[in-house]
Write a protein that binds this ligand. Sequence first.
Ligand code: NAD
Length: 344
Amino acid sequence: KRVGYAIVGIGKLTAEELIPAARTSEHAYVAALVTSEEDKGEAFARAFDLTGEDVYTYGDFDRLAERDDVEAVYIVLPNSMHREYVERAARMGKHVLCEKPLGMNAQDAQAMVDACREAGVLLMTAYRCQYTPEHWAARDAVQSGQLGKVKLLDSIHAQVEDDPEAWRLKKDLAGGGPLPDVGIYSVNIVRFVLGQEPEWVFAALHQPQDDPRFREVEESVSAMLGFPGGVIANILTSYGAVKTTTLRVLGEKGSVLMDPAFPYQGLKLTLTDEKGELTPSFPSYDQFGLEFDHFAQCVRRGQTPWTPGEEGVADHIVMDAIYESARSGQRVKLQPPGKADAFR
Ligand code: NAD
C-alpha cells in the first residue's frame, strides 16, 4: 500500500516540481493539500485527482489527524514556519518530511528533532542531492580512495534574487540570505562526500548598504570549513551573482568536478584519476520522486531515513558557526559531532 502524503504550502516548488514528482512515485501519493488560498488549493487538488474535501487551510491543519490515509506530512513553507508545522504534525502522530533548511538555526532544528522523537514519528530533511546517483558517485570516488588522499574541496551555489519583496530576503521568514537557502547545498554536500563533520569554520560576508534587497540579509558569503586531517573546503554563495552550482574535490591522485552540481536535472560529473577522465552517464530520475519514495519506504518499514532531522541540525551547526565567524572575525571551533545536547 502506497503512503499518503499531505503537502503543506502550495508555492513554486509544490506547483512546479512536487506535483509532477508525485506522479513518478512508486511508493507514495498525495492524499491532501494544505494552503491558505482555497481556490488555488482546489485547482491543485484537481491536478492530483483530489476533491475539495482533501484541501485544508492552515487553520484546519490539525483536522488531518482524522485522516488515517495521511501517514506523512511534507512541509514546503517559508523556513520560519517549518518548526511550527513539523511539531503540529508530530503531535498528530504523522511522519514528517521537511524542506531545507530544517529550521532557523541549530537550536530550532534540534527542537524539531526532539519533538518528532518524543512523538515517535520519523523526521526527514529533504536533501534531494543525497539521493542522486551523481552525488553518490562523487562520494564513492572520495571514500574509496580513487582520488588518493583528499586535500581540498570547493563548492559554489549562487543565483540572482531580484524581487526585493521575496520572503527569502526577510530575516524573520528566511533566517538568513543565500546561505540557508542555496549555500546550504554546498555545506551539505561537502559533509556528504567526505562523510565527516568540520572541526572549525572561518567566514566573511558582504551585505551592501545601498541595495534595498539586502536590508535584512547578506548578499554573499565565503566560508572555509576545516575537516579532520587538514582537509579544507571553501564554500561560496550569493544572491547577487549569476546562477552557478559547482562542486570540486581534489585528491593527491585525482579529482571530481560536478558542474552543474545542484539543479533538479542535468547534473554533470567528471572523474579524473590516474587512468584518465571519465564522464559517466546515469539513468534519468526525478529527485523529488526519489525523496517521496525513500521516505514512504521508511514509513512502511519503520526505518530512519538516510537524511534524518539530525542531518538538518548538522548543517545548521555549521551555518550558525559561519555567521558567528563572519560577525566576530574569528575562526570558530565546532563541538565534535554527537554533542547535539549542547544546544538544549
Ligand atoms: P514559495 O514562496 O514559492 O511558496 C511558499 C508557500 O508558503 C506558498 O504556498 C505561500 O502561500 C505559503 N506561505 C505561507 N505564509 C507565507 C508567508 N508569510 N510568506 C510567503 N509565503 C507564505 O516558496 P518555495 O520556493 O516553494 O519554498 C518553500 C520551501 O521549500 C522553503 O523552505 C525552501 O527553502 C524550500 N525549497 C526547496 C527546494 C529544493 O530544491 N529542495 C527548492 C525550492 C524551495
